[in-house]
Design a protein around this ligand. Structure first.
Ligand SMILES: O=C(O)CCC(=O)C(=O)O
Length: 275
């Protein structure tokens, strides 16, 4: 396939001042039509195959005991970009990274990691949680792009956000679980946060900050909810002293060889924009 077939990944998407102000205020935003349906469809297949191959390999290696904790909520495979050259094109796309930089109002962004998040039919709701509890990053300029590869609505597990909750920073130091769900639901009600959810077409995406409380309903449809996420942080971010076991593991896995105080810029964290 000719390389320029995927030129759309380099073409800039224009974020308005209003959109970046909305993101700064709310800690979450829906951006429409980042990719066209036919563009997403090409990459949905590559991502699906890479995820299926990964599980096939794991089965062969009899590593079935290495299951992640999220299986009942969703199947999660991280850093798919390392496993497949075509998926890499999607994950390192400048088009996405520029949106992340423009929303956060920073000059450049690096890759933290990607995640394929598939919620099977009857998959359970994703509990309320805060992502940054897991991340050993000395900044609040972190952002996740959550792009469905199929059309999704609330009943299929589109994300719900507590609008403006990123301003609280850490609200409870609780890993994603039934406990985080109960605690954060209570906080959201007590502090009066509005909760928004969106219906997304494949190729639309939501962006949320690392401290924004979010959750999703279960997948009550008959179709698998296939989502690809890419997580970015501002270039220049340093690694913090990990103060919980999850942050220590994330530091070792996503910043191999780096120590607290170092720039978070290992070979797994390329500068994606300006790039
Ligand atoms: O896809 C989901 O259900 C959860 C995703 C999530 O929590 C995230 O991308 O930060």
């Amino acid at each position: 396939m000719a390389n320029n077939q995927f030129q759309f990944f380099d073409e800039p998407y224009h974020i308005t001042d209003e959109q970046s102000q909305q993101y700064k205020r709310d800690g979450c935003i829906l951006i429409r039509n980042i990719l066209r349906h036919d563009e997403v469809e090409i990459f949905r297949k590559y991502i699906e195959d890479a995820v299926a191959n990964y599980f096939e390999e794991r089965k062969k290696l009899q590593e079935s005991q290495v299951v992640d904790n999220y299986n009942s909520y969703f199947t999660q495979v991280t850093n798919v970009w390392e496993k497949d050259e075509m998926v890499k094109r999607f994950v390192i796309a400048k088009r996405f990274a520029k949106i992340a930089a423009d929303l956060m109002g920073v000059k450049g962004v690096r890759l933290y990691h990607d995640q394929a998040l598939f919620k099977e039919p009857d998959g359970l709701p994703t509990p309320w949680h805060q992502d940054q509890y897991y991340w050993p990053l000395d900044t609040t300029n972190t952002i996740t792009m959550w792009m469905p590869l199929v059309d999704v609505n609330e009943d299929m597990g589109s994300l719900k956000f507590a609008v403006g909750s990123q301003k609280e920073g850490s609200v409870g130091d609780i890993p994603i679980s039934e406990d985080s769900n109960t605690a954060y639901e209570k906080t959201i009600e007590e502090r009066g946060y509005a909760v928004v959810t969106n219906e997304l077409k494949a190729g639309d995406a939501t962006f949320h900050a690392g401290w924004t409380m979010h959750a999703s309903s279960g997948n009550n449809s008959t179709r698998r909810r296939e989502v690809m996420t890419v997580i970015y942080y501002a270039d220049g971010t340093r690694i913090m002293e990990p103060d919980n076991k999850h942050r220590k593991i994330d530091m070792e896995v996503f910043h191999p060889g780096a120590k607290p105080g170092d720039l978070a810029a290992t070979h797994l964290n390329p500068l994606l924009y300006p790039g």
